[in-house]
Design a protein around this ligand. Structure first.
Ligand SMILES: *Cc1c(COP(=O)(O)O)cnc(C)c1O
Length: 387
């Protein structure tokens, strides 16, 4: 299956809906059955049947089939947000008394899930510097049931050795889950490295238009059925048919958006790396990572998310830099058509949690969008001039 076939055709059964090129939004909460035997059969296997839209829905399934294929997974389930996908993947695999090993500096709400919600359920969370697989191995105890990875994370972009960690985990019957939102399935294939579950915030690059919140979880038939019968159906954090339809629209252009974003980012990074006000660039690209071998072996497509440490006397100078930008919008999130800037200094508890994890307070994260590179570079110069 080639990429454009998956994106343009997989899962689309046009002869079932008037040969329309674009699938309908099946905006129906329920499905009726032709006879009692069929109804019973479908209710007995909701994972594979249309019964109730909290389970399966034809519009949502089209996106799920494509994402499963892109990740090389047997199945995928869609969620109303990336946070819901990560939570479902974790909750399906732990119970009271278990331990979860989680990378240091995960996405903020993944960290909160481990620190707060899992703790409430009697699950112990342990955060580990996972740059070396040996350190992950050393942190495993007999109670460890799940290892949660983010390679790279979305602030300082540390990576993990996926094959080595998957191997260590498999030998001990431990489930591995990775948040693959940064790389997207086009940039990194965790399942090929032996990782069990791949989660996405589809809100970011997969949708790419900052108009939908969505999540996905991909894995084997057995794993995904466990998720479906557990947190998926009980928590009901589903993607609506309309949002699935919008996500499908965004997904159509993922390869060209990423290509353009990568080209622009390369130019912007080259400019920043030479700038006297930039102390350090954090990005999972060979020129700027401390783990170039991992980047080369795991990431085949760099994207537009990176951070810099500004060389400034105080936080007020960061404020002046950000306030001077006219083309970068100031916003959390990333992965859309529009370029964004996000300074971590003083932002609610991200600041203190990040400081505890060793993230410098003068860190500013950028998400590069689809604007012309010279427009963005000129805007950055406006920021530097205001420092
Ligand atoms: C945004 C994000 C999430 C959460 O996704 P939502 O769709 O906002 O719920 C999870 N992981 C990473 C790395 C993210 O950037």
């Amino acid at each position: 299956m080639d990429l454009s076939w998956i994106i343009n055709h997989l899962g689309e059964e046009r002869d079932r809906y008037f040969d329309a090129v674009i699938p309908p939004i099946v905006q129906s909460a329920i499905f009726a059955h032709p006879d009692i035997a069929t109804m019973r059969a479908r209710l007995a296997d909701e994972f594979n049947a249309h019964v109730y839209t909290r389970g399966q829905n034809p519009t949502v399934e089209i996106v799920a089939k494509k994402l499963a294929a892109l990740e090389g997974a047997e199945r995928a389930l869609m969620f109303g947000s990336g946070a819901a996908a990560v939570a479902a993947g974790m909750l399906a695999n732990v119970r009271a008394g278990d331990e979860v090993l989680c990378v240091e500096k995960p996405y903020f709400w993944t960290g909160q899930l481990v620190r707060k919600l899992l703790a409430q359920c009697g699950v112990r969370g342990v955060f580990v510097d996972a740059r070396e697989a040996a350190d992950v191995e050393a942190a495993i105890t007999p109670a460890t049931r799940l290892i949660v990875l983010e390679s790279p994370n979305s602030l300082t972009f540390e990576q993990q050795e996926l094959s080595a960690i998957a191997h260590i985990a498999k030998a001990r019957g431990i489930v591995t889950l990775i948040d693959n939102s940064y790389a997207t399935p086009l940039g990194q294939s965790p399942i090929a490295h032996g990782i069990d579950l791949v989660a996405h915030s589809a809100t970011k690059y997969l949708n790419g238009h900052s108009d939908v919140l969505a999540g996905a979880l991909c894995g084997s038939e057995v794993m995904m059925r466990k998720v479906f019968d557990g947190p998926y159906m009980t928590l009901g954090a589903i993607l609506s048919p309309f949002d699935a339809w919008l996500l499908l629209r965004g997904l159509r252009t993922l390869p060209v958006r990423l290509e353009r974003i990568a080209a622009t980012t390369t130019m912007v990074l080259a400019h920043l790396a030479r700038h006297q006000r930039v102390r350090r660039v954090y990005a999972p690209v060979t020129a700027h990572t401390t783990q170039p071998d991992l980047t080369a072996s795991q990431i085949h497509h760099a994207n537009g998310l990176f951070s810099i440490e500004l060389d400034v006397p105080d936080i007020a100078a960061i404020d002046r830099f950000c306030n001077a930008l006219k083309r970068f919008l100031m916003a959390a999130s990333w992965g859309g058509f529009e370029s964004l800037v996000f300074p971590i200094a003083g932002v609610r508890d991200w600041g203190s949690l990040s400081a505890a994890a060793g993230v410098p307070v003068n860190l500013i994260r950028f998400s590069i969008g689809l604007e012309a590179p010279e427009v963005l570079i000129a805007d950055l110069e406006r920021g530097f001039a205001a420092i």
